[in-house]
Ligand binder design. Structure first.
Ligand SMILES: [Zn+2]
Length: 423
């Protein structure tokens, strides 16, 4: 007895029988008198113009769906109320199939989506169709989140006496490059030797809360409290995206708000424009990398001096004594006039950012000083899916998959499908 063959055959038979049941059940949705009049977008009442059927791929296989077509006597537009009710307007895959394709498409290359669906769910779908379905659904997820942001943007902020129920709300942001198709890179400056670009920056933000501390007094992130946003878009747009995510997560209910990021200009601007009330902290590890760069700029090839000052100034940094670093470094400027500008620039970094590097104070206040959560987000949310070798993305395709991944990693997939079903 070949059990493996047998179970496959029985599964197919059961699915096929289920598909027939589904067809019968859906007949009552597609055809019959409607309780309310069908109205055209132009305002006129539409008339039933007979039954049309279409094929729909469901989790049980292909089924035939017969439904009434309505035509507008004024403008000639058509509507299929049955399709609208089942959330299959203009598409031939059921919500159940689309949900599975999107879930897999957010995780793995579309070729694998196609193979996995066939193997695991008995759903036949080519790579190209998997891509189209996942991207369309990702765009709908983005539209869903955009509508939510719009509603939050129009809301009055809560009155100041609103009880503060969140101990500390953290907002972290960062960027990471992904490989793009050539036409998305035209005219863009990049790090290639000829000045051209191979990648475009995905901006990633995360919001999480912190209430408790561990035995050593270090802050502990609240479990399952992290949500993500990400997109290829200008910083001004992304600033709003992240701000409204923070509002959704309780920005106005937080006793303390902390923004963590590297010292990149767009990161600082976003912190200033949208999170003026927050404590902005420059990620400690980025700052300590700048200590290394400062030492190399000052001491050139002198490895011994580089190491000795790097250790000394890293201690200063840890204690938040940035003025000490600045003063000592200014007295050690290289004699070589060609090396001076770089050394001054490195000192300038600390001058500009010193108020965001008071690490001793932050530690005393029980705050995180590293932006590890968003960096892990860059690796996981973006890197694992969008930076695989041989990949090339369009902005549209990348943003659709980023939207889907953000929804999934923020644990909002169920909420999204429930909202779709309710609509
Ligand atoms: Zn009309």
């Amino acid at each position: 007895m070949d059990l493996e063959a047998l179970e496959a055959v029985v599964r197919s038979a059961v699915l096929a029988a289920g598909a027939r049941v589904l067809e019968v059940v859906l007949d009552s949705v597609g055809i019959g008198r409607r309780a309310t009049a069908v109205v055209c977008s132009c305002g006129a009442h539409m008339r039933s113009a007979g039954v049309r059927s279409k094929q729909i791929q469901t989790l049980l296989g292909w089924i035939r769906f017969a439904r009434s077509m309505y035509v507008c006597p004024c403008c000639g537009k058509t509507r299929y109320p049955g399709d609208e009710e089942l959330d299959i307007v203009g598409v031939s895959r059921s919500p159940g199939v689309r949900r599975q394709v999107t879930r897999l498409g957010a995780k793995e290359p579309f070729r694998e989506v196609s193979a996995d669906l066939r193997e695991l769910a008995g759903i036949d779908l080519c790579r190209k169709e998997a891509e189209r379905i996942a991207e369309t659904e990702g765009e709908r997820m983005e539209a869903w989140m955009a509508a939510e942001r719009q509603a939050l943007r129009c809301q009055e902020p809560p009155p100041p006496q609103t009880p503060k129920t969140i101990e500390t709300l953290y907002i972290e942001l960062d960027g990471t490059g992904i490989p793009m198709v050539p036409h998305e890179l035209e005219g863009r400056k990049g790090k290639q030797s000829d000045g051209s670009a191979k990648t475009r920056e995905v901006k990633v933000g995360c919001v999480f809360t912190q209430t408790l501390f561990d035995d050593e007094g270090k802050p502990v992130r609240d479990p399952a409290s992290t949500s993500f946003v990400s997109a290829i878009e200008p910083a001004s747009q992304f600033g709003w995206r992240l701000y409204l995510e923070a509002v959704r997560r309780g920005l106005f209910q937080a006793k303390r708000v902390v923004v963590l990021g590297d010292g990149a200009q767009w990161v600082k601007n976003t912190a200033q424009i949208h999170f003026g009330i927050a404590q902005f902290i420059i990620d400690y590890y980025h700052a300590s990398e700048h200590i290394g760069e400062l030492c190399r700029a000052l001491f050139g090839p002198d490895q011994k001096r580089i190491e000795s000052y790097r250790d000394r100034w890293t201690d200063c940094l840890w204690e938040g004594e940035i003025e000490t670093i600045i003063e000592q470094a200014a007295a050690l400027l290289p004699k070589d006039p060609r090396a001076k500008p770089e050394a001054r620039a490195q000192i300038g970094y600390f001058k500009k950012n010193k108020e965001h590097m008071r690490y001793a104070q932050y530690r005393k206040d029980g705050l995180f000083i590293g932006s590890g959560v968003v960096e892990a987000g860059c690796k996981h949310l973006v890197g694992h899916r969008l930076k695989q070798s041989g990949m090339e993305w369009t902005v549209r395709g990348a943003n659709a998959i980023l939207a889907a991944r953000s929804v999934i990693l923020s644990n909002r997939m169920e909420e999204y499908w429930e909202d779709r079903a309710a609509a």
